[in-house]
Design a protein around this ligand. Structure first.
Ligand SMILES: [Zn+2]
Length: 200
């Protein structure tokens, strides 16, 4: 690592510490030529392989750009998007792989985006998962409603969607107050009776 001040070809590490999340190492270095100190941040490289087969470095900015379109007109701030991109990066880095498919980034976006804004989530999921029919939307909305119902049953301020595998939600658990989201009055699944709160 050359010195950023005098371009001397070498530097000496005087301190190393791992970041709290374990994903990077910060090194304090000193130039033996000019004596000045500087810091380097070391992270493993993370390569994204696109569907075309081309690869590029992981970029939080690209995550934000991809999600921003789905968030148009929604109450989602730039800070929210930056945090989401950070969560996505942490999730994909947590796999430990140096190379990941773009598809996996899409998957990693779905969870945090659902927490952030369900309408944006549905928009993103509809493009990302190539929804091809109204039934695809209905199934996704039914899943969200089932989670709302489960969250209400588990306590008023339970986090929706936390640690869920959404696609396994049982059919026919449409919210008993299903009109509240204003997304139309289509009946979702067989809502023959109000869902019962599980006893516990
Ligand atoms: Zn120097």
């Amino acid at each position: 690592m050359h010195c950023p001040y005098c371009r001397h070809a070498d530097s000496r590490v005087i301190d190393s510490r791992t970041a709290e999340d374990g994903a990077s190492i910060r090194r304090r270095r000193q130039c033996p030529s000019c004596g000045r100190r500087f810091t380097t941040l070391e992270t493993s490289s993370l390569t994204v392989v696109k569907r075309s087969g081309a690869s590029e470095p992981f970029s939080r900015d690209k995550v934000v750009a991809g999600v921003r379109k789905a968030c148009q007109g929604r109450p989602v701030s730039d800070d929210d998007l930056a945090l989401l991109a950070q969560q996505v990066e942490e999730a994909v880095r947590a796999s430990g792989a140096a190379q990941i498919d773009a598809h996996e980034i899409g998957l990693a976006i779905l969870g945090p985006l659902r927490q952030l804004d369900e309408v944006a989530y549905l928009r993103f999921a509809s493009v990302y998962s190539s929804f091809s029919s109204l039934e695809d939307f209905e199934a996704a909305i039914a899943t969200l409603r089932a989670e709302h119902t489960a969250a209400r049953a588990a306590g008023e301020d339970a986090e929706p969607g936390a640690a869920s595998s959404a696609t396994t939600a049982p059919a026919g658990t449409a919210s008993p107050t299903g009109a509240e989201t204003g997304t139309g009055s289509a009946s979702l699944g067989a809502a023959e009776e109000p869902a019962q709160a599980p006893a516990h």
